[in-house]
Design a protein around this ligand. Structure first.
Ligand SMILES: [Zn+2]
Length: 244
């Protein structure tokens, strides 16, 4: 049941066709893990919390640095030096006291990913390929959705991995994503909103997901485009010969 305060808070989105009280209850009972509380994670977390996703777990190992503040809109100058997972948790709790938010200070790898993520849909808002692929392996093993986004300078991309139906991240990324790329602060805003939209639609069972599609964003040319992505039959994670 939604409280009067929740009904008021979410009234504008509950007016949407297919959302309503039932949709809001679905969000309230949902759990989501957001891996990474940087530029992408800031935007994703703010919108998922504002939308009323009932349980949100934040995983990040870094501390807030001055150089983060051009794009990591979750944080204020007074957060510099704090663990991002904890500063983010406190900010979201202030934004929406009707949801439960947990912060875990940890760097995701194959050894800890299973315990950290559990059995939830997971959002990839990380900045390193090692952690992304650990998350991807868990998503495929547990047949859970993975909402991927990545940015570089003025450009970004997003896709939604539905194991068994779409390519996994390993199919798509055999190379390396650069660490510490230059970033226009608005770029993760654009891509993070796409990822948050995908999560909300998935939880509500509404609309079309970026399943088997990579959405591409070029902020300088201000163009969006997309390409079909196909599973790699020889993928070591989701292909025919992969261990199950
Ligand atoms: Zn694959």
């Amino acid at each position: 049941m939604l409280s009067d305060r929740e009904s008021a808070r979410y009234s504008r989105q509950m007016m949407l066709d297919g959302w309503g009280n039932a949709g809001q209850e679905k969000l309230k009972s949902a759990r989501v893990v957001v891996a990474g509380a940087g530029g992408l994670g800031s935007v994703i977390l703010l919108y998922l919390a504002a939308a009323g996703v009932g349980r949100i777990r934040i995983i990040d190992s870094d501390r807030v640095d001055t150089s983060n503040l051009n794009r990591q809109v979750l944080y204020a100058g007074s957060d510099i030096g704090r663990e991002k997972a904890l500063a983010a948790r406190d900010r979201l709790a202030a934004l929406n006291p009707d949801i439960r938010v947990e912060g875990f200070v940890a760097r995701i790898d194959d050894d800890n990913v299973s315990d950290l993520v559990g059995e939830c849909p997971m959002v990839d808002a990380m900045d390193n390929l090692h952690g992304r692929l650990a998350l991807n392996r868990l998503a495929v093993a547990r047949q859970l959705p993975l909402f991927h986004g990545a940015i570089y300078a003025w450009e970004g991309r997003a896709t939604t991995v539905l194991p068994g139906k779409t390519p996994c991240l390993q199919c798509l990324y055999q190379g390396v994503l650069p660490g510490q790329p230059p970033v226009a602060g608005v770029t993760p805003g654009a891509i993070g909103c796409v990822q948050a939209s995908e999560v909300i639609k998935y939880l509500l069972g509404m609309g079309d997901l970026l399943a088997g599609r990579m959405l591409l964003y070029d902020g300088l040319a201000m163009k969006w485009s997309e390409m079909r992505v196909r599973p790699d039959p020889d993928c070591p994670v989701c292909g025919k010969g992969a261990p199950r």
